[in-house]
Design a protein around this ligand. Structure first.
Ligand SMILES: [Fe+2]
Ligand SMILES: [Fe+2]
Ligand SMILES: [Fe+2]
Length: 326
């Protein structure tokens, strides 16, 4: 992680923000992947912040969602400074042993706390940005304490050597599982793509809020689908990951770096076919699924995506009605 100690100009502030953003994209994804590589409700720990016994998987998901909000905050401030938020991303890693993932997560938290707290700002430059970094850094302090408590509990339990789920090779060959992997990847991509447009049009209150709502829906679908993959005997994948001899999976390209559309019209035009394809894929998948809880959950995602399709068609028509609103 880069080391930035002085903020003396707009360029320095943008440099710190873009290092932070690369980190936040990575952990928002990595923590969810670590969470969805372990069982639900099996590993409990005493959380030192909320003073309650919590599920490690559930809390790791919550922390991942905090990171997504950090990314949104940093991307918005980059735009306010006239910069370009990017989707470049730090390395995402999954170790075969649950404890190793939690240890990596805690180390990352400590590193990023240092990154955010270290810079000195010349002549009271950017007081709000400095304040934001202090505030975010205390989320990271909390995350570090929470991961440390998980590590302590797991290390001193009979599950210290517990491994992440391994996908069942038979399940991996099934058509429904293959389709669900494709859908889950698309949900993740759409979540980021909507966030990109939120950043591009952040000053347009109405459009920003609507696009953000859709992004959050896609985040929830990605999250739920990751849990469903486990129930089907599979496991959420890290895109473009390479497997090392130690069994770890590593990727420097775990999400797309570029999204189409630079203005309102072209952004909205590209969303329609993407939503349409997602709806078609859910419809195909549902035909393969037996009645039951999983099918009901997938139907909720389908219905929300049909709603998105309706809304996106309306947004596109409405933007075309106003001359000069590009
Ligand atoms: Fe963060
Ligand atoms: Fe964090
Ligand atoms: Fe959608």
């Amino acid at each position: 992680m880069a080391d930035i100690s002085r903020i003396e100009s707009r360029e320095d502030a943008l440099a710190l923000l873009s290092v932070g953003l690369k980190h936040e994209w990575a952990v928002s994804l990595e923590y969810l992947i670590h969470a969805y590589s372990m069982p639900k409700g099996k590993y409990l720990y005493d959380d030192p912040v909320v003073s309650a016994r919590l599920d490690m998987r559930g809390q790791t998901i919550q922390i991942g969602i905090d990171e997504m909000y950090h990314a949104l905050q940093m991307g918005t401030v980059i735009r306010q400074l006239g910069g370009e938020p990017t989707f470049e991303i730090d390395e995402v890693v999954r170790h075969p042993r649950i404890l190793d993932n939690l240890e990596r997560d805690r180390k990352t938290e400590d590193l990023v706390t240092g990154l955010y707290q270290k810079p000195k700002y010349k002549d009271r430059l950017f007081p709000e940005i400095e304040n934001m970094f202090w505030n975010i850094s205390y989320d990271e302090v909390r995350h570090s304490r929470q991961f440390a408590a998980m590590i302590d509990t797991l290390k001193n339990s009979p599950d210290a050597e517990a491994r992440c789920f391994e996908p069942d090779p038979e399940a991996e060959k099934r058509e429904d599982v293959g389709l669900l992997h494709g859908i889950t990847r698309a949900e993740n991509e759409l979540m980021h793509r909507y966030l990109y447009y939120v950043l591009l049009f952040h000053e347009h209150q109405d459009l920003g809020a609507r696009l953000f709502k859709n992004s959050v829906d896609h985040m929830r679908h990605w999250d739920k689908n990751s849990g469903i993959l486990i129930k089907l005997g599979s496991l959420i994948r890290i895109e473009n990951a390479e497997r090392r001899p130690d069994g770890s999976e590593r990727s420097l390209k775990s999400m797309p770096e570029v999204y189409p559309g630079r203005d309102r019209l072209s952004a909205l035009e590209t969303l329609l076919p993407a939503e349409k394809k997602l709806v078609d894929d859910y419809e195909r998948l549902l035909k393969l699924m037996p009645e039951g809880e999983i099918k009901e959950q997938l139907k909720i995602h389908l219905f929300q995506n049909r709603e998105h399709l309706f809304t996106q068609e309306a947004l596109l028509q409405n933007v075309r009605k106003i001359r000069g609103l590009i």
